[in-house]
Structure formats: C-alpha cells, structure tokens
Design a protein around this ligand. Structure first.
Ligand code: C5P
Length: 232
C-alpha cells in the first residue's frame, strides 16, 4: 500500500470541520476526527465529512476494560470509519477483544492502531507511573505487545517510525504525526520530520494538521506535502 496523507481536523465544531474539508483537494482521501470534535458534536459530525468523500480516522484513543472497548469498537465500526485508535497500555486482553470485535465486520472492519507512549510523557512521567524502562524501550515493548495482540498497526512519532519498521517488519501500519515541510512553522511540535523522510523511514500514513489547515492556500499546502511524500 502506498503511503497516504491524513489531514487532522483539529477544529472545535462541525461547521469548521466541513469548511476545512471543503478546502482540501480531492487527492486528500483521509481526515482525522479527534476527541475535541467528536465530543463537541457527537457522531453526527462524521456524516457530512463522509458525504464529502473522505475516509475517517477516528482518533479516540480507547482505553478501558476489554468488554467496554469491545463494545466501543463495535459501535465505531457501524459508522464505517476507516481507522480507530486505542491505547496499547490497556493490555493484551483489551487489545485482543478490540481486534476480535473489529474482525466480525469483515472487509469493512476499521483498522485498529495503538498508541504506545504519548509523546507528552518523559522519563520522569513514566517513573511516576511505575515504569522503569526508558520511553524508547517502552514504545518498542508496547508496540510489540499491540501488534502481537492483533492490532493492525501503531501510532508512532517521526523519531520512532524507523526503529518500529525495522523491529516489526513490513506489515503493520505506522501512522506518524509531527510532519513539517522545511518551510513550515514547527508550532508546539518539538521533534519533526519532513514527509519524505517519514515515508523513507517506513511510515504508512502521515498525519498533518496545522501546516495544511492554517495555510493561506490549503490546496497548495496539501499538494506540497503529497509532492514531498513522492520524493521518498
Ligand atoms: O497540527 P499538527 O500537524 O501538529 O497536528 C498533528 C496531529 O497529530 C494533531 O491532531 C495531534 O493531536 C496529533 N498528534 C501529534 N503528536 C503526537 C500524537 C498525535 O501531533 N505525538
């Protein structure tokens, strides 16, 4: 599968989401709906976005007991979302229950991708949680747990994606945020990679928000990211 761009709809309400999607070029096939938009508007927000022809990555980072996550995956699959996130830290039984729930939807099942360690956490945060591994060790350990428990892939930073691809082989989907063109403002992203370098390192999907949504010309900005991906 060729690497794809996902535009993050980090906007507060449905009207802003639809306006943002309408500004994207037709080559952008995937958009991400996260907690802010989904909680503000509820699942109805997904309908106009799907009606504009975009596939939806629902980034809700599920983390609960296995039965609850199993039911939540079933509910999300009924919205025909393309991909859904969970926390690997929910553990093996939760991940397996989620994978089982998705499998029942056959070819229409959402891809399940696991978050390992939030990039907002550092060593001292992990220590507070009783984790003695380094963040890099914990990312790899939870990544292997998630893929070994039936996840289709992982969310991983541009810093992690190369090591993950080497460790996990060609099959798992690797979804990578923190992407910037050399000409972009970095914003609050601390460690960024260009689209071409993330693709070279093995990313399957690049998640890009502000550099496209806040651009004076979002069509040109999206096309610049797609063009850079082609250089990989
Ligand atoms: O605007 P920007 O391109 O930085 O947006 C990136 C998207 O990826 C946002 O939706 C953000 O929440 C998400 N993300 C991230 N860094 C992570 C994990 C997720 O930027 N480590």
């Amino acid at each position: 599968m060729k690497p794809e761009l996902i535009v993050a709809l980090d906007v507060p309400d449905g009207a802003a989401a639809v306006a943002a999607v309408e500004k994207l070029p037709p080559e952008v096939l995937f958009v991400k709906v996260g907690l802010e938009l989904f909680i503000a508007e509820g699942p109805d927000v997904l309908k106009p976005i799907a009606a504009l022809g975009k596939k939806i990555f629902l980034d809700l980072k599920l983390h609960d007991i296995p039965r609850t996550v199993e039911r939540a995956v079933q509910a999300a699959a009924k919205y025909n979302v393309f991909m859904l996130t969970l926390h690997a830290a929910g553990g093996r039984a939760m991940l397996r229950a989620a994978a089982e729930a998705a499998r029942a939807f056959g070819p229409a099942a959402p891809k399940l991708v696991a978050v390992t360690v939030l990039t907002s956490l550092d060593q001292s945060d992990l220590n507070d949680l009783g984790v003695q591994r380094t963040p890099a060790q914990q990312v790899l350990a939870l990544g292997e747990l998630a893929v070994g428990s039936g996840m289709d892939g992982l969310v991983c930073s541009a810093q992690e994606v190369g090591a993950m691809r080497q460790k996990l082989g060609p099959l798992p989907l690797l979804v990578t945020p923190g992407i910037r063109l050399p000409s972009d403002a970095v914003g609050d992203q601390k460690r960024v990679a260009t689209p071409a370098s993330a693709v070279r390192d093995g990313a399957s999907f690049l998640v890009v928000g502000r550099p496209i949504l806040e651009a004076a010309d979002p069509v040109a900005a999206a096309r610049a990211v797609l063009a850079d991906m082609q250089k990989a």
